[in-house]
Design a protein around this ligand. Sequence first.
Ligand SMILES: [Zn+2]
Length: 187
Amino acid sequence: MGDERWFYRSDEEWITIVERLKQTSCPHCKTVGTLIRHGSLSGFDDSNPHQQTLRARRIFCSNRKHRPGCGRTFSIWLADKIRRLSITTSTLWTFLQLAVVVAIATAIKTINYPRSERTFQRIWKRFDRAQSGIRTALLGRGLPPELPAASARRPAAAQVLAHLQVIFPNTDCPIAAFQQATRSFFV
Ligand SMILES: [Zn+2]
């Protein structure tokens, strides 16, 4: 399936995906009619500190009972979750918006979220590494806005966030919208 990821945002979207599963081709072997539901992935993040929340649904390309599938599985992620990251896209969005204008340590204190400073430093590095890929994906959808010079502590990163907002204007979380539209994780 290459690097392509599948996302959904609401129960309605999930129901639609399930209804179309029998007509959907497997991202691995392209066979149609073999996909079945195969449980889910849960985990802790900032949306609920006390219990795990649903992160992704698993799909199995069935090769059981003489069915012609490839026997592999894949995940369909909730668009506001990020693989191997225990914060939601909206917390990441808030953090990044702060981190481009103030010191990262200050951004961490400001959002007052119970994760160590080291965790957020790591998240920043992960975003930093992903920046050029994000910029390329956004440029495929539209031009970035013009930013006044020296408006941010980290102008290149600030430009990526501003660009993201221009491409996905009518959404509560541009990062979730990015993930769903580009079928890839933001970081
Ligand atoms: Zn398959």
